[in-house]
Design a protein around this ligand. Structure first.
Ligand code: KG4
Ligand code: ZN
Length: 347
């Protein structure tokens, strides 16, 4: 039962990809704890997330991570008002671990269960610092698995405007880092290498997919980098091993500039279409400083200027704070799931 005048504590659980995470958040924005067990080291040697390994690691970590989140928040089961869990989209054999844990706790503790869309939670992470952003807003979510633009009218119903038709932006960063033999995960490695490079050194393609399109395509630029390094149609020699750090930095900077150019222009296009007053940015790639700065410039130069709200860096990549935060709004709206809840790959 809801306690009068007391804050609402939500336990959030996140296992959609390669982070096992749990958090306790009060009233949708007061972070009482955030625990993340990252699997980066397990997937490093494969250059990407291996679903079977991810699932096994989630099974191993889910209980200690939840226990730690409860301990750090200094709460017991009776202090928890509901359990929010990301059940879509993601790797189903990863999601099922979090969903099963959440359903078990919901049953055992007799607490309501709330189903959370992982991408909508990424949107929510951009609003942790601002309770009431001016609406409508356009949200750009850029992660390892997704690249989406949303028309955002309320936390509960973001409407999809466009998405990637092939690779996600983060996936392109990861694949290009592999081509350049930079460490995994690729996003931070490319950003670091790009700091010393010239973004105008190489003119990589910018796929805009037609004048009005709000969809994205990043497979062309990834192939362009591949051919640049290995010769047209992979018929040349592998030049990466003989490149100087400066040449690698120029490729990283030019690639990063091309991806950011497309992301920012498409967001500008979407903002114009819906008359957005605010721009929201979230997802793993939102940790990229160059993207944050370029999007800020676009918002400042717009007529009228738009307010940019960006997820705090620690909540750009996958975490459970964003899940618990969004679950609070669903709790207030009475949008509960039941024990038949299942994971879904799409969403
Ligand atoms: O949101 P996230 O943790 O996982 C998914 O939901 O997919 O995003 C992970 C992605 C990876 O592709 C990673 O390379 C990228 O975010 N990333 C970055 C940066 N930090 C992480 N991309 C560009 N620049 C960064 N600084
Ligand atoms: Zn994510």
């Amino acid at each position: 039962m809801q306690r009068k005048n007391k804050s609402i504590n939500i336990l959030g659980i996140e296992t959609s990809c390669d982070e096992t995470a749990a958090a306790v958040v009060a009233d949708g924005r007061i972070v009482k704890s955030s625990v993340i067990a990252s699997q980066t080291r397990l997937h490093e040697k494969y250059g990407g997330v291996v679903p079977e390994i991810a699932s096994r690691a989630h099974i191993e970590k889910i209980y200690p991570v939840i226990k730690e989140a409860m301990a750090q928040a200094d709460v017991a089961k009776d202090d928890i008002d509901a359990i929010g869990v990301a059940n879509q989209p993601g790797l189903t054999i990863a999601l099922v671990v979090g969903v099963t844990a959440a359903k078990t706790l919901s049953f055992a503790w007799e607490k309501p269960l709330i189903a959370i869309n992982h991408l909508h939670a990424h949107v929510q992470s951009a609003m942790l610092s601002e309770k009431n952003p001016q609406l409508p807003a356009v949200a750009l979510i850029v992660s390892g698995g997704h690249t989406c633009l949303y028309d955002y009218h309320s936390p509960l119903e973001p409407e999809l405007l466009g998405h990637t038709i092939d690779d996600a932006a983060g996936e392109a960063f990861d694949k290009v880092a592999t081509i350049l033999k930079l460490p995994y995960p690729g996003g931070p490695s490319i950003e670091k290498a790009a700091e010393k490079g010239n973004p105008k050194a190489i003119k990589f393609p910018r796929s805009m997919l037609g004048r009005d399109s709000l969809d994205f395509s990043f497979s062309g630029i990834k192939t362009a980098v591949l051919y640049y390094c290995h010769g047209q149609n992979m018929k040349g020699e592998n030049k990466v091993d003989s490149m100087t750090p400066r040449q690698i930095a120029d490729i990283a900077a030019s690639f990063q500039a091309a991806v950011i150019d497309v992301l920012v222009k498409k967001t500008q296009r979407a903002a114009k279409k819906i008359g957005a007053r605010t721009v929201l940015l979230g997802g793993g790639v939102a940790a990229n400083n160059q993207l944050r700065t370029t999007l800020q410039q676009m918002c400042d130069l717009a007529v009228p200027p738009k307010k940019l709200l960006v997820a705090p860096k620690q909540y750009c990549t996958d975490n459970a704070v964003m899940v618990a935060s969004l679950a609070y709004y669903k709790f207030k709206a009475g949008l509960f799931a039941d024990l038949t809840l299942e994971p879904k790959a799409t969403g």
